[in-house]
Ligand binder design. Sequence first.
Ligand code: GLV
Length: 331
Amino acid sequence: MLKPKVYVTREIPERGLKTIKERFDAEVWPEYGPPPKEVIVEKVGNVDAIVSLLSDEIDAEVFGAARKLKVVAQMAVGFDNIDVKLATKRGIYVTNTPEVLTETTADFAWALLMAVARRVVEADRYVRTGKWKVSWHPSMLLGRDVHGATMGIVGAGRIGSSVAKRAKGFNMKILYYDVVSRPELEKELGAKNVDLDTLFKESDFISVHVPLTKQTYHMINEEKLRLMKKTAYLINNSRGSVIDEKALYRALKEEWIAGAGLDVFEREPTQLNNPLLMLDNVVVAPHISSSSHETRSRMAEMVAENLMAFFEGTIPPNLVNPEVLKIRKPS
Ligand code: GLV
């Protein structure tokens, strides 16, 4: 029997890729950077499945070129790069890699938080650039205490909840905003469900964990930033466009807020002329929150599992558009 054809848009970790190459007729884009859109459009015409990353735009143009595409298996938890509605309409399954990256991503939100609050990156630069001339000074590189402060979680789903759990260990007061209430967080951590404005007004640290949707696009704008304390910090490792970056720049530059830790940007890779990069009170990273050896391997493995499930005729474990089941059975 002919093996289903799969196009993989990058060398994903071996643990998943090996299985995909064994089970399918797979072609892998070999370069470090993403394939140009024309390549995806061309390749998708002839495959049964595509393995995508969040930097691949899987939109109407791609679906328009697809003749026998049945699955888009994304190696990420977020899937705002995929037109899921259109996929569903066309009977195409979309899968993602949730849960496995929750704790790793929560760890990294904390890495950004600690780094910006205690000026770790600045301190490193200070030493390396020869600025450390006085052995100890009472006001050298003063930061802000994390322990005992108020943590505001915007979006208390899997990752937001895991960030909140860590806050408990730092003896923090926890506020959260979500479209649904999370009684388990209230019970376990004493977290308080508040409206967004209250969260912005009262938190010392705000960590953002919502998916990017029409509703969350620029949900953190000038108005919200102006509610924050001058001593407060904003952490984002969800999606860049949840924050209006121009407003954030002003907030940081004009010191409406104390600092930010950002793993995500409105445009990625962010360019060196992004004014945010000129500011010392910002710690940045290149969208690496789930990037641990263990988690990335497991994510690749999940991609393979989702593909295999579909082509073995079962429902993929991480199907994001279950409505598609009404249109097409797994084959
Ligand atoms: C990373 O941003 C992901 O969505 O997995």
